[in-house]
Structures are given as C-alpha cells and as structure tokens.
Design a protein around this ligand. Structure first.
Ligand code: ADP
Ligand code: MG
Length: 323
C-alpha cells in the first residue's frame, strides 16, 4: 500500500467514532476490551460485501461505507437489539486516499447516528471486500427471533418492497420512470436500517427477520423456524410509486416478492395486538403494512388481486443456486 497499514488505520478509522463508556479499550491494541452492561445479552452479526457480487467496481465509496454498515444494523434491528459496537475488516487492492476518505465518511456518519463505536478490525491487501461485524444489546428473553410466530399471527412489513431490485433492473436496461430513479437508486445504495422500529417491537412482535434476500425467501425462514406456513395478500404489498408504475405495466410480482436488498423488517404479531401495533407504528416515517397471515399448512401461498390463491412463487436470490 502507498501509505502503511498503521497510518491508514490511524488516519481513517481509529478516531472515526466517539468513545463509549462501555469500551475500556478500543482500536490500537491486539484486542478491544468491551464491557457488556449488566442484564444484557450480546447480539452479534456479520455480513460481507464482495466487489462483483454485492456491488460493482466503481460504485460510490461513500455509499459503500454506508451500506456495509446498514446491512449489519438491519440484522440488529431484526433482533430488537440496541447497536453498541462495530468491527471492520477491509481488504483493499490499494490504499487510495480519496476512496478511503469517502468510505470512512459513509461508514462513520451512519455509525455515529446510531451511537456505534468502531472498536477494531483488520486491514489487508487483496480484491476489494468489506466485512463488518456489529454487536448490540438485548435483555434476556426480549430478542425478536424467527421461531416465535404462531398460527393466526398477522404479517407486517416496514417501508416498501422491490425498490432496490428495480434500481438493479434499471441499471441493466429496464426502462423506469425518470422521476422515480433517484429514489430507487438511493434505496439500493443507501438502505435505512429500521433500528428504532426493531427496538419498539420488543415484547410485541412474535417473530422478526430483515429482508435481504427477498420477502418470499426471508418470510420462508420465519415459516420454517416457526414450523408454520403463510399466506400473503399480493395487493397489500407496500410499493413505492416507481415500483407501482412498473408493476402496473408488467405485472412482474417477482419483483416485490423476491428481489433482494430491501432491508425492511418483516414481523409477525398476534392478531389481538393489531390495534396496539398500528397505533405504535403510526408515528414511524417508514410506515408498517399488513400483508398476510401465518397458517398451519407449511409453505407460502399468495392471494392474487383476483382472489385466486397460488403457491407458485418466484424464489429469492440465492448466492449458490446461480453459480
Ligand atoms: P494485529 O496485527 O495485532 O492483528 P492490526 O495491526 O491488524 O493488529 O491492527 C491494529 C489495531 O487496529 C487493532 O486494534 C485493530 O483492531 C485495529 N484495526 C485494524 N484495521 C482496522 C480497521 N479497518 N478499522 C478499525 N480498526 C482496525
Ligand atoms: Mg496482535
């Protein structure tokens, strides 16, 4: 690297985020020393973004810094965990100061917004790849798990579905209304982790997952882990104007059902708590929409706009199925 690994860490990462009281020792030693507060469990999650697989060469480094952290925060949100600490493993083909400054800006801005401290990491040379591990707190028994859904529970999602997927298709040549494009691209490159929603859903949601691989696939995980099935009302899926226009033209329901990178929350809630949930979510800027119900019969079914039910659902993106 042009600058040494140690200078790089010092210049871009060591002081990127303010110190927290529960971090006796952060970046700079062989290990960080972290103090989990009394009465909390540690929620830990890791995600890797690889160039050519999760993002394209030449993508905006500031957005990448944001996204690599956002997708991890989304996992904490889906668990109902409160963000605390983060580590960052960066593999870089070269030490490009402009790239590093922009990446650190995107990463640091989102980290600070959530009170996260960057407490360590690793920096190596090689094909561009970014691994982030987040650590959060959740009191014992309060985490939102995938295995807690019951028959009759209502299924909800935050935000809108298929925006990132349509942005990807637009990049591949799919015509999209020009006034929707900036929003869709933003949803792909700068997802908003629903951390506050996840925290508010503690004690209310019976199960939760964040949508990274597509609604059908990810809701499938709740079904599997809960030993149940689900039925979705397709005309209830929340859509942004750009996706709604695209669907009006193409009826391509695979987009909101199976495109990845939404980073919204999908939750289940006991039916008797519907009013409580909807009152709570009324203040959320991302919104929360009812889309279906958990059922005893395994598998996923979709009720089409004409009322017919089908179990032929386009599946989500699988990293290995397409290799
Ligand atoms: P070691 O050789 O003992 O593994 P390193 O030289 O890799 O230590 O890292 C030195 C310090 O810098 C450690 O505290 C490590 O956690 C931190 N660090 C390394 N890379 C990063 C990074 N990209 N972001 C934040 N901290 C980092
Ligand atoms: Mg060491």
């Amino acid at each position: 690297m042009g600058i040494s690994e140690f200078d790089l860490i010092r210049d871009y990462f060591a002081a990127l985020t303010p110190g927290r009281d529960d971090v006796p020792l952060g970046v700079g030693d062989d290990c960080a020393l972290l103090a989990v507060p009394a009465g909390q469990q540690l929620a830990v999650s890791m995600d890797t973004l690889v160039e050519g697989r999760h993002f394209s060469p030449g993508d905006d480094p500031e957005a990448l810094g944001h996204k690599c952290l956002a997708v991890n925060l989304s996992d904490l949100a889906a668990m109902g965990a409160e963000p605390a600490w983060v580590t960052l493993a960066l593999t870089l083909p070269e030490a490009n100061p402009d790239w590093l400054a922009a990446f650190a800006r995107g990463f640091g801005t989102l980290a600070r917004a959530h009170g996260l401290q960057l407490v360590g990491g690793d920096t190596t040379r090689g094909p561009l790849s970014i691994t982030v591990q987040v650590h959060g707190f959740v009191p014992p028994g309060r985490a939102l798990r995938r295995d807690g859904a019951a028959v009759g529970d209502l299924i909800y999602v935050t935000g809108t579905l298929g925006d990132a997927g349509l942005a990807l298709r637009a990049a591949q040549g799919q015509p999209v209304a020009p006034d929707a494009l900036a929003f869709l691209r933003d949803r792909l490159h700068r997802p908003t982790p629903r951390v506050a929603a996840g925290l508010a859903l503690r004690g209310l949601a019976s199960a939760a997952i964040d949508l990274s691989d597509g609604l059908a696939s990810d809701l499938g995980h709740i079904c599997e882990r809960s030993g149940l099935g689900a039925s979705l009302q397709i005309d209830r899926l929340p859509l942004s104007p750009g996706v709604a226009a695209y669907l009006a033209e193409t009826a391509d329901w695979a987009l909101p059902l199976s495109a990845g990178d939404d980073y919204e929350l999908c939750i289940t809630v006991p039916a008797e708590r519907r009013a409580e949930l909807e009152a709570l979510a009324a203040t959320w800027s991302c919104g929360l929409h009812w889309i279906g119900v958990m059922e005893q019969r395994p598998g996923l079914r979709v009720v089409l706009p004409d009322g017919r039910e089908t179990d032929e659902i386009p599946t989500g993106y699988d990293h290995f199925a397409h290799d």
